[in-house]
Design a binder for this molecule. Sequence first.
Ligand code: PLP
Length: 377
Amino acid sequence: MMNFDTPIDRRGTGSLKWDRRVDLDPYWVADMDFTSPPEVISAIRERVDHGVFGYAVPHPSLVETLQGYLQDRISYSATEEQIVHLGGLVPALSLAARAFGKPGDAVLTCTPIYPPFLGIHDDASMELQTVDHAKVDGHWTFDWEALEAKVTPQTKIFVLSNPQNPMGRVFTKEEILQLATFCEKHELILLSDEIHCDLILDEKKTPHFSALNLPEPLRDTTITLLAPSKTYNIAGLGYAFAVIPNDSIRRRFTAARGHTLPEINCIAYHAAEAAYKHGEPWRQDLLAYLRTNCDLLTSTIREKIPGATIPEIEATYLAWIDCKDLPIENPIQVIEKAGLFLSDGAYFGHGRCVRMNFGTQTERLKSALETLVNSLR
Ligand SMILES: Cc1ncc(COP(=O)(O)O)c(C=O)c1O
């Protein structure tokens, strides 16, 4: 069993999470306070020891590893051509907007949502259309009626986060089928960001249904985006990949790249390979640890902050805390005053909500929760 309890001093390492606001205790941006799997660190070390860092290509054993991963985890047989390597997932979202939209067209998504989803339309001079997620039987799902009312002939892309950041939902097969049918009806590209799919806390209860699992012809107009970065805590290395089954869509996507994206670095390729190849036992230990943190956080908020609501977290190490029913005008301000750095829900399209990252040592989380409870109560 990996030991995730050991505190790691990240201050002064050039960490976005820890060094942006040194006056605050950070629980915001989505990276974890854990070292990566030892096999990933060894692979990086081995590549560094080679000493030459020229331009890189995805080496054959990486491609085989990705194909094996897609087969084992998603039951999808990808050809080498269908896999498009990328230096990050957010640039891929932006690239898709530029590939499939022109000025005046629109990107559609549901809120609250990971903030870049609300900005990629700008890169292509497109419009943004948003629809709030709806709560049905205590579960956050899609508001189909509102989506039908919002979509226009100008809408070209639906951007999906599955599992959903920030609410931690793992959408069901039925929901993804209905969404893909909606996209087919309105001739939208379904851009499916599945970066959190290996962070499902109980896969027996909430299995991942990827856009790649859609039947033809629904799958044919999808772009699925994946990465080892969130799960294995290597986001700073910059690597993600798209799986695009349809040839012409893939060509259009890669053509839009132009000269806008940097080469992917050789270390990121080797780290990605090692993560997928050797990381599974570590990932299982991580999920067990995250489940404990998730239970602690959920029960603390529910028991000790009456009025705050928190959804059932099915995936991710992120908790979405809705403070709209608390008698507090600006919760993030109150929380910062207490010394904690959380994510402001306003950036996700919902003010008076906050997102808390629980991918950290349980003892640290306990102390932060105590501070949070005292500040909001
Ligand atoms: C849904 C989602 N997509 C993409 C990213 C970031 O991807 P990248 O760092 O590869 O750009 C994140 C990071 O938190 C995320 O939550």
